[in-house]
Design a protein around this ligand. Structure first.
Ligand code: ZN
Length: 208
């Protein structure tokens, strides 16, 4: 299984080592499962067959699996959608306050406003307060979201670069079944599988 002179740095033997890429590809199984269930269609109960597909990694293959490519950051369209939603919600709130104030005017006029003229300012102040509060809410969220998106987009290329280096290193890895550890040829120390991610993402200098 091993090439000339390739041995585990811990046990110094070659009989229990295997390339990590082949463990992972051998440990990936495609499955298809058939199930049986009931469905309620137009008030009647029917029996239906269900079918599902997927792929699964066995325990070791899962522990040794390659790091995932970082997800693409969302674009500014996402922030625009949220902004539109918030403006819509704000308008609904303002319309409700406006309608309630307007409709209560004739009801409250005789009993409240005639005696205390200044009370008519209360609904106006509530409305103005709501406008300010909602504008603040919309504005602060836009600033925060645009900042986050910009930050993620700026960092994305370097994150992908780090991931590419990690994947390159991952492809060189060997695993020793005896010692449950990983190593790269010419490396003098065996790394426990638990430290796989940290090892893959470690700065280049650490490579021996
Ligand atoms: Zn070993």
């Amino acid at each position: 299984m091993s090439k000339s002179g390739l041995v585990c740095p811990k046990c110094g033997r070659a009989d229990a080592i295997r390339k990590v890429t082949s463990i992972v590809s051998a440990g990936t199984t495609q499955y298809q499962s058939v199930g049986y269930g009931t469905a309620d269609i137009e008030g009647e109960t029917h029996h239906v067959d269900t079918l599902s597909y997927g792929s699964e990694l066995t325990g070791l293959a899962n522990r040794l699996s390659a790091p995932r490519r970082p997800g693409k950051p969302s674009d500014f369209g996402c922030a625009a959608v949220l902004l539109t939603m918030r403006v819509g919600m704000s308008l609904v709130v303002l319309v409700v306050i406006g309608v309630v104030s307007f409709c209560s005017l004739p009801l409250l006029y005789e009993s409240v406003y005639r005696a205390n003229n200044w009370l008519i300012l209360v609904p106006i102040l509530i409305f103005a307060g709501a406008v300010i509060r909602l504008l603040w809410w919309i504005g602060s969220n836009v600033v925060r979201e645009v900042g986050t998106i910009r930050h993620n987009r700026l960092n994305y290329p370097s994150e992908v670069e780090r991931w590419e280096r990690a994947i390159e290193r991952w492809r060189e890895l060997y695993y020793c079944y005896r010692d449950d550890g990983i190593f790269i040829p010419a490396q003098t120390r065996l790394i426990p599988v638990e430290q796989l991610r940290a090892f893959l993402y470690a700065p280049e200098k650490k490579k021996r």
